[in-house]
Design a protein. Structure first.
Length: 144
């Protein structure tokens, strides 16, 4: 209790005259007086705290920036890989579709040729077989 009264009295004396406060501040004893609010020390402390925080914040910002760049690069690389796979898949589908159409057309021609051959009489059938290319005529002859 006695210490509290002593600190209160000391603070009252220092608050009455600014020269006493300035003297205590010049002696770097502001932190020794409990409850003393020194504007000069508070201003310096806030500046030093800001100066200490600034490099830490800059480092954190730099690490975040680097991490963001890495994520962007990974996303770009993955999107390129996806695009390449889609292009390969599209090319493969186009080729399959082309071959399917080509084979369907070939089968349709063969069927048409067979139907035409069956409807023709014997003389016309031989003329028609001679007019068809050799690979098709072999197939048609084998089918007959």
């Amino acid at each position: 209790m006695f210490d509290a009264v002593e600190h209160c009295q000391l603070n009252c004396i220092l608050d009455r005259d600014a020269t006493f406060k300035k003297f205590v501040h010049n002696q770097k004893g502001c932190y020794r007086v409990y409850g003393l609010k020194c504007e000069d020390c508070n201003a310096q402390n806030s500046k030093t705290q800001e100066d200490k925080k600034l490099p830490i914040l800059e480092k954190e910002q730099e690490t975040l920036r680097i991490g963001y760049q890495k994520i962007l690069e990974e996303n770009q690389q993955k999107s390129l890989e996806i695009e390449e796979l889609q292009n390969k898949n599209l090319r493969g589908n186009c080729l399959l579709t082309f071959f399917n159409i080509k084979s369907n057309v070939s089968f349709a021609r063969i069927r048409l040729n067979l139907v035409e051959i069956r409807t023709l009489d014997d003389c016309a059938r031989e003329d028609f077989i001679r007019s068809v290319p050799s690979t098709s005529s072999k197939r048609i002859n084998n089918v007959q």
